[in-house]
Ligand binder design. Sequence first.
Ligand SMILES: CC[C@@H](C(=O)O)C(=O)SCCNC(=O)CCNC(=O)[C@H](O)C(C)(C)COP(=O)(O)OP(=O)(O)OC[C@H]1O[C@@H](n2cnc3c(N)ncnc32)[C@H](O)[C@@H]1OP(=O)(O)O
Ligand SMILES: [Co+2]
Length: 142
Amino acid sequence: MSEFKIGPLNHVGVAVPDLEEACETYRTLYGATDITTPFDMPEQGVKVCFVNLPNSQIELIEPLNEDSPIHNFIQKNPKGGQHHVCFEVDDVHQAVEEMGKRGATVLGKPRIGAHGTLIIFVHPKNSNGVLIELMETPEGHH
Ligand SMILES: CC[C@@H](C(=O)O)C(=O)SCCNC(=O)CCNC(=O)[C@H](O)C(C)(C)COP(=O)(O)OP(=O)(O)OC[C@H]1O[C@@H](n2cnc3c(N)ncnc32)[C@H](O)[C@@H]1OP(=O)(O)O
Ligand SMILES: [Co+2]
């Protein structure tokens, strides 16, 4: 088996029905002060913003439309819920190859994520029901 391994936790994805309302909860209930301005990622089917924490980020995602990969999740969990966990990796293409060799199901092809680097997703059936995102480490994180 190759030396491939996951690196630091980058973010925890939380799917929400209303992004503004969710930001307000993190501000008023938990006192979060560093929350980024929401923006649309049509190619990922989500509107996204980040609650910046000293050691990580909460990624709040709202479906943009019914074609969104998180549309069904919100249908099943109308109040929202913890959606995915994201680990940094050195090389996403190596990750795809290794996931295949190790018998996991990679969902779709590598694409650019919200941090501007390549990402992939591994099906929740492979990791105790948790959807895993693997993202290439952004510049400056090394
Ligand atoms: C902001 C951009 C980017 C970043 O840079 O960080 C992102 O994070 S984008 C995040 C959104 N994008 C994705 O999630 C892409 C990958 N996801 C998918 O392809 C799909 O969501 C999915 C995982 C294939 C599920 O699709 P869905 O339409 O919900 O399929 P099913 O309804 O058939 O569900 C199958 C099965 O899986 C369970 N499920 C679904 N979502 C999750 C989840 N997030 N965590 C755990 N389990 C999940 C679902 O309940 C079904 O289970 P069973 O009923 O037991 O079969
Ligand atoms: Co994510």
